[in-house]
Ligand binder design. Structure first.
Ligand code: NAD
Ligand code: GLY
Length: 360
């Protein structure tokens, strides 16, 4: 087992990464504060892992709530199912919530923990690649609104993150690819060495080679933990993690939540950011092709949808609702070079229009 740490003073916490960690009571019991434990999971993950997870918390008063599956259910309405259970079963403020599942479950459970009785503890047990490399670390929690992705939420750090890499064995190929979009993101924003490693090892990851997957998860979590420690609430640096996300979130919500997976939106959105970075003179044609080829080797989309609902104006309207917008300016994460990202609102508006028109 490998242990990393998110250094956030008294809110700091460990990330445990290894095979078969799910059922290990010794690993988690010191992170449970009171007696009451609520495992939050969904209809797909429960039959696979709920009993192993319950076993790890068997010495506590453990209950579970099983939510409907999918991004379309990442809503305030579904969140209420967690509160119904907590309030109905008389959980008190010393309770601990366990997020067992992918990023949707993790974001919702974390948000429920941030809100219930003004804040209780929670543990992340991510079971998708995307949640293991990204969403379970850093304390961003929340739900979608019909008008914008992740628009309602809170920063709330977990007590620990338990990444059982064996859970990836049951993940669908399309979901594995979606997770790889966020892995590639770390290489692009600040880690050229990792990007080059990915170029050499991407087929091993696609074939679920356990050693390669563990390495990619560790390196991604390390990269994420370092930036979160410097900028927990996204005053600046942390916004780099949003490479491709302003375009990608527009695709996700514009196409209807769940039709394009988050990682698929990030992949196409990152390529739009690459194209704009090229228009600005930062990247060469060769750089753009190099990044495109890596996404293509993972079977990820590299162009946004061409449907009428996603015309330039619709894209711009959706992007104008992004959380990085300041004083009406759409701020974007762009690249100076592969491995060096920056955030800016200072680009000619017609370059954005040209990107939306030409990178299709
Ligand atoms: P997800 O949670 O919907 O999981 C994808 C699918 O895989 C679901 O059907 C799920 O039930 C299923 N699944 C989960 N674990 C499984 C397993 N081990 N075996 C088989 N099936 C399994 O999606 P995701 O890609 O994990 O997460 C995407 C969400 O994460 C988005 O809502 C996105 O906004 C959010 N996100 C949050 C952050 C953050 O910092 N909080 C960062 C990135 C993404
Ligand atoms: N996934 C974006 C962040 O955690 O900041």
């Amino acid at each position: 087992m490998k242990t990393l740490r998110v250094e956030l003073g008294d809110r700091g916490y460990p990330i445990f990464i290894g095979q078969g960690l799910m059922g290990q009571a010794e690993l988690v019991k010191s992170y449970v504060k009171g007696r009451q434990v609520l495992i939050v999971t969904n209809t797909v993950v429960a039959p696979l892992y709920l009993s192993a997870c319950e076993a790890a918390f068997a010495e506590f008063d453990v209950k579970s709530v099983i939510l409907p599956d999918g991004e379309v259910y990442k809503t305030l309405e579904t969140l209420n199912l967690i509160f119904d259970e907590l309030i109905g079963q008389r959980f008190d403020r010393s309770c601990t919530l366990i997020a067992l599942g992918g990023g949707v479950t993790g974001d919702m459970t974390g948000f429920a923990a941030a809100c219930f009785q003004r804040g209780v503890k929670f543990i992340q047990m991510p079971t998708t690649l995307l949640s293991q490399v990204d969403s379970s670390v850093g304390g961003k929690t929340g739900v979608n609104h019909p008008l914008g992705k992740n628009m309602i939420g809170a920063f709330h750090q977990p007590e620990c993150v338990v990444i059982d890499t064996e859970t990836l064995n049951t993940l669908e190929d399309r979901q594995l690819s979606a997770g790889l979009a966020e892995v590639i993101k770390y290489g692009l924003i600040q880690d050229i060495e990792f990007f080059e490693w990915l170029e050499k090892n991407i087929e091993r990851l696609m074939n679920r080679d356990p050693e390669a997957l563990s390495y990619a998860i560790e390196r991604s979590c390390q990269d994420k933990a370092e930036i979160v420690a410097k900028d927990e609430k996204e005053a600046g640096l942390r916004a780099l993690f949003n490479l491709g996300h302003t375009f990608g979130h527009a695709i996700e919500s514009g196409m209807g939540y769940g039709n394009w997976l988050h990682g698929e939106g990030v992949s196409a959105g990152t390529m739009q950011a690459m194209y704009l970075s090229k228009l600005l003179g930062h990247l060469s044609e060769g750089d753009v092709t190099r990044v495109q080829s890596l996404f293509e080797r993972v079977n990820l989309p590299v162009k946004p949808p061409t449907v009428a609902e996603m015309n330039n104006q619709a894209f711009l309207d959706l992007m104008a609702g992004d959380k990085k917008v300041q004083a009406g300016t759409i701020r974007l994460v762009l690249l100076k070079s592969i491995g060096q990202a920056y955030v800016t609102g200072d680009y000619p508006g017609h370059f954005l229009e040209k990107t939306l028109t030409e990178w299709r």
